[in-house]
Each structure stands twice: as C-alpha cells, then as structure tokens.
Design a protein. Structure first.
Length: 73
C-alpha cells in the first residue's frame, strides 16, 4: 500500500497489527531526503504475501470508513 504520508503509513501499520498482521514501512526515511519538495512513491506499507489479501481488505475498509461508522461510547 502506498500511503500519502508517514502519519497515514503508521496508522495503517497499527491497524494491521491490531488484526495480527505484521507490517512495516519501507522507505519511511527517504521522504526526509527530499526536503521541502513533494516526494511521492517513496513509502510503502509492506506485509507478508500470505497476509496481502487480508491487509488489502482492511485498508479498503479503513479508507472507506466515515466517523459515523464508529461509536465513541
């Protein structure tokens, strides 16, 4: 998965870990090397091949969720 920025990448990794999927961020520190210039495609959230389908589904659900989908009680 290619996140928009490191905050999103870390949120996704945390989400996946909650569901037992080990994930890491590849290229997280490369973004800092670009300075103030926008750098796209440097970061990726990576999982094992066996977890890829489940990870995709969780990320799709997370991306399509709205605040109304969650209860804060």
């Amino acid at each position: 998965y290619e996140p928009a920025h490191s905050i999103e990448a870390n949120l996704i990794v945390g989400l996946l870990k909650q569901f037992g999927i080990q994930a890491h961020i590849a290229g997280e520190y490369l973004q800092g090397g670009a300075g103030e210039l926008p750098a796209f495609g440097l970061m990726r959230v990576m999982v094992e091949d066996r977890d890829a389908d489940n990870a995709r589904q969780l990320i799709e659900e997370w991306n399509s969720a709205t605040p109304a989908d969650y209860s804060f009680d």
